[in-house]
Write a protein that binds this ligand. Structure first.
Ligand code: PGA
Length: 270
């Protein structure tokens, strides 16, 4: 497989800080021997509270309590959210500058759970994208229809609305990049995954919409489309067969090394 693959582990609020650190440690030590020099990037997205320690684990050479700093491992740090200002009187929020200080390179934005439970709007998503890009953070923007929207045949309308608003006034300069995660809400585990055919249909729509915002070269060089929703070791390769899919956002199957390592290894061995 020649294309660069992004596997994004969205740990949600599922692990304690200790569990998250232990998992990161195992992934780094078990995985990176084989992953090195492969065209696969693994992005760990723990809770904010675990970012500092996991950032340190990823940078260290051996034990969690010491060792050399290393930059050659394909494990990167991502956050699950960010606020759309850099500084100010915003109690409880986290700034992109603070994330950068911890070594964060990616930020998940607009996850359906935040849209559903925290009232995150399309406008918030747009503002968060802009602040990420301004701070050299790569936004991982989640879009996807709910079960009801799909049943009412509003999938396309939803995708068009979410994507159009997310990309409003966005230009991608220099090294700026974005990742778009198509994640149908009805396919998030424990629900069954969307079929590759269903995913492909929406990815074609997304590609089409992207042309209203960026030229072909920008799309090719700076925009990555991935799929999310019940991805595991048994189905990841089916999604990667879709030519424009370059990775996956993985929730449940990223929470245990026994499940996550086979998923990553299946890609690498391909
Ligand atoms: P899942 O979650 O892999 O458990 O379906 C994906 C996500 O919600 O990001």
């Amino acid at each position: 497989m020649n294309k660069k693959i992004y596997i994004i582990a969205n740990w949600k609020m599922q692990l304690t800080n200790v569990e998250a650190a232990e998992l990161a440690y195992v992934l780094k030590n078990e995985g990176t021997k084989e992953w090195k020099n492969k065209n696969t990037e693994l992005i760990l997205c723990p809770s904010f509270t675990a970012l500092l320690e996991i950032g340190e684990i990823l940078q260290r050479d051996s034990s969690p309590h010491g060792g050399e700093v290393r930059n050659d491992i394909p494990l990167k740090l991502g956050a699950q959210n960010v606020f759309y200002h850099e500084k100010g009187q915003y109690t409880g929020e986290i700034s992109p500058v603070q994330l950068k200080e911890l070594g964060v390179e990616y930020v998940i934005i607009g996850h359906s759970e935040r849209r559903q439970y925290l009232n995150e709007t399309d406008e918030d998503v747009n503002r968060k994208m802009k602040i990420c890009l301004e701070n050299d953070l790569i936004p991982i923007v989640c879009i996807g229809e709910t079960f009801t929207e799909r049943r009412e045949r509003k999938t396309e309308v939803t995708i068009i609305r979410q994507l159009t608003k997310a990309l409003e006034d966005i230009t991608l300069k220099d090294k700026q990049k974005i990742i778009l995660a198509y994640e149908p809400v009805w396919a998030i585990s424990p629900a069954p995954a969307a079929s590759p055919a269903e995913v492909k249909e929406i990815v074609i729509l997304i590609e089409h919409l992207l042309r209203d915002f960026f030229d072909e070269e920008t799309i090719k060089e700076k925009v990555t489309i991935i799929y999310g929703g019940s991805v595991d070791a048994s189905n990841i390769l089916d999604y990667l067969k879709i030519s424009t899919i370059e990775g996956a956002l993985v929730g449940g199957a990223s929470l245990k090394a026994e499940k996550f390592l086979p998923l990553v290894q299946s890609i690498i061995k391909k």
